[in-house]
Design a protein around this ligand. Structure first.
Ligand SMILES: [Zn+2]
Length: 481
């Protein structure tokens, strides 16, 4: 599973796969590299409306939408202090903010707003209202990068909290800083574990936006559960050739970090970019952080970073006409109808370019650890032989390790499901009942992948006929549950 995607990979496409790629390659060659990557960013949204209408537009606006960028820069209204996790608050403005983190022994900050005046008017009152001095002190600050909208308040913090107050900044941005930052090593591109106010976090040097940009994997508590979030250290993609290339490589390493640490959402000082502002509006509207909108899940976060990566590749192509970077394609796995079950184990592998043929996928049973390896066919479908025996209710994980072939990098995918021995048992609870039927009804006319269990009659779409087919298979009278 340890696949690194960073390097330029030699073309290793199996001749078997070549025919399937032919159509895409012909199309690709008719597009500019820039447009091909922009289109890939769009495709990698997988049709998710938030990723398509928000995430993709913002992370790519440096390449293709200067009007949006200009509009965002004008949005400077203050946003009130808001709790977004059990132990994290946001305060600042629409276009930039900071996070206040509560630790057992005191508070820490991620970023410092624009200026000393912002510290006096926003940071300090916010900390006071959360109990600074009376119950806890300020233990340190981590600054994502050295632009004024992130470290503008650092001198004022130094003045208030004294010479021993730790302020961490990537070493690449440290030149000329008057607040005596403690350097985090920008030349070390591996994971650097680091304690901020007693909280163990992992920083990831991600040069590009600035030489010293530091992203992080940051643990927070969400309704009592610890979850890892990705702190996006810097987003605006530079026009300079080498810096834009650094940005691209940094985003690729962020993708790997999201996988390695199972990160499930972002903390972004620019909530206007990652959707944090909308998440806060939603929390305010629903008056609860249960079902926290910041938690988008690992799969959607991986899509997000793959979109960022394609925006970065588009910028590299825009500023360097000789550049050629492989296109990153998000893939996904879906168990097919009647699977996973005691009689059938099959899953289809797709990207938003179509089925992914001739690839190895691995099915693994949780209880016994037994594995089955199968190749995807021309429809992307991989099927285990009948000798792979499984027990009802066991948990099975199917995974694809990813594949690079010079023009494309097909990203890894994984899906977990419980074994059912029943067709139409959509929720795999061991019986076919009205919950399964209503799941099918809700799926009518929605786009599905090949072999979707909702498509009980296997005609490639979800219709009332699938609900009828399954109603006849209900375990109890009147589909009782
Ligand atoms: Zn910046």
């Amino acid at each position: 599973m340890e696949i690194k995607f960073g390097g330029i990979l030699k073309c290793m496409a199996a001749s078997l796969a070549a025919w399937a790629l032919g159509a895409n390659l012909a199309y690709a060659q008719s597009q500019s590299q820039r447009d091909m990557h922009l289109e890939a960013a769009t495709r990698n949204t997988g049709g998710d409306s938030f990723l398509k209408d928000w995430t993709r537009d913002r992370y790519c606006m440096y390449v293709d939408n200067p009007a949006l960028l200009a509009q965002i820069r004008t949005q400077r209204a203050p946003l009130p202090l808001m709790q977004i996790f059990d132990d994290v608050w946001f305060v600042g403005f629409q276009n930039v903010g900071q996070f206040i983190v509560k630790n057992p022994n005191g508070f820490t900050l991620i970023d410092t707003l624009n200026s000393g005046a912002d510290v006096d008017n926003y940071t300090y009152p916010a900390l006071k209202s959360l109990g600074l001095d009376s119950s806890a002190s300020l233990l340190g600050a981590y600054i994502t990068h050295g632009h004024f909208d992130h470290d503008g308040g650092a001198d004022r913090l130094r003045a208030i909290f004294g010479p021993n107050f730790p302020i961490y900044l990537g070493s690449g941005d440290i030149a000329g800083k008057t607040y005596a930052p403690i350097p985090l090593d920008s030349d070390n591109l591996g994971y650097q574990s680091f304690s901020l106010g007693g909280r163990q976090m992992t920083v990831l040097s991600s040069p590009g936006h600035t030489p010293g940009t530091m992203s992080a994997i940051f643990p927070v508590r969400d309704n009592g559960i610890e979850r890892n979030l990705l702190v996006v250290g810097g987003t605006a993609i530079p026009m300079n050739i080498s810096a834009s290339r650094s940005y691209l490589r940094s985003v690729e390493r962020m993708y790997q970090a999201v996988r390695d640490f199972n990160a499930v959402g972002t903390l972004h000082p620019h909530g206007i970019i990652d959707g944090g502002n909308q998440h806060m509006e939603q929390i305010a509207r629903q008056k609860t952080r249960v079902a926290n909108p910041y938690i988008i899940g690992n799969e959607k976060l991986l899509r997000t970073v793959a979109i960022m990566r394609e925006c970065g590749a588009a910028q590299v192509a825009q500023v360097d006409s000789t550049a050629k970077e492989p296109v990153w394609r998000v893939t996904s796995l879906a168990f097919d109808a009647q699977s996973p079950s005691t009689s059938r184990m099959a899953a289809s592998l797709r990207s938003d370019w179509g089925p992914v043929p001739d690839q190895e996928v691995v099915f693994r049973l949780k209880t016994s650890g037994a594995m089955c390896t199968a190749m995807t066919d021309s429809n992307g479908l991989a099927t285990c032989g009948s000798r792979f025996t499984v027990q009802p209710k066991d948990e099975v994980t199917v995974s694809f390790a990813g594949k690079a072939n010079g023009d494309y990098v097909d990203l890894p995918a994984m899906r977990t499901a419980h074994v059912s021995n029943l067709q139409c048992d959509i929720d795999s609870n061991g019986s076919v009942d009205r919950r399964d039927i209503s799941a099918i009804m809700l799926g009518i006319n929605r786009p599905i992948v090949a072999g979707d269990p909702l498509d009980a009659d296997g005609d490639g779409k979800v219709t009332i006929n699938d609900a009828r087919t399954c109603t006849q298979k209900c375990s109890k009278e009147q589909c009782a549950s």
